[in-house]
Ligand binder design. Sequence first.
Ligand SMILES: CC(C)(COP(=O)(O)OP(=O)(O)OC[C@H]1O[C@@H](n2cnc3c(N)ncnc32)[C@H](O)[C@@H]1OP(=O)(O)O)[C@@H](O)C(=O)NCCC(=O)NCCS
Length: 182
Amino acid sequence: MLVRHADPARDAAACVAIYAPYVTGSSVSFEEDPPTAERFAAHIAATSERYPWLVLEAAGAVVGYAYATQHRARAAYRWAVDVGIYVDPSRHRAGAGRMLYEALLGLLRRQRLHSACAGITLPNEASIGLHRALGFEHVGTYRSIGWKAGGWRDVSWWQLRLAPDGGGADAPPPEPLGPQRL
Ligand SMILES: CC(C)(COP(=O)(O)OP(=O)(O)OC[C@H]1O[C@@H](n2cnc3c(N)ncnc32)[C@H](O)[C@@H]1OP(=O)(O)O)[C@@H](O)C(=O)NCCC(=O)NCCS
């Protein structure tokens, strides 16, 4: 298995094929209509201008992907990102998620980012297990924050400190860097 940077034109359709069932058949994603490959390619390209979008390839096929996006737009949040990950169900529990996240988190550290955040619609034992295994801590749960698949859904939020706190008024953290290469 090989982790590499996504190529928007080449990988969008495979990423959509993995993602779409979680849009139409579950509340894992809060989107309601699966994106087209064209729209997803644009989304991958725009994301990759600032953050990593990685795919995991096995025997020449994309079997999972992980990415980071801006957490919030206000300036003080610029060291924080949200992360997301999807693995083809035929490959679950075989180490794909861990491989993707270890590569992604390494790149985020090299970008000098401080926090990775993940919002997990409940229930999702696999996602909670993965985030806990990678060192994320539970910080709280929004109750009934979204309506999806016929019901109100809770979203559990998890945070990983990518670097120790530190600094101070006279020693602000170094500015984040642009996207890094594997
Ligand atoms: C969550 C997801 C990405 C995990 O990917 P994966 O490739 O199956 O995970 P891994 O095999 O690398 O597992 C790594 C660790 O995560 C934890 N984990 C993974 N699946 C788990 C499960 N079903 N239950 C409990 N813990 C689990 C375990 O600690 C595991 O380590 P171990 O196998 O040595 O015990 C995958 O289940 C998935 O794509 N789910 C659907 C999409 C989704 O929910 N994405 C996250 C949205 S917030």
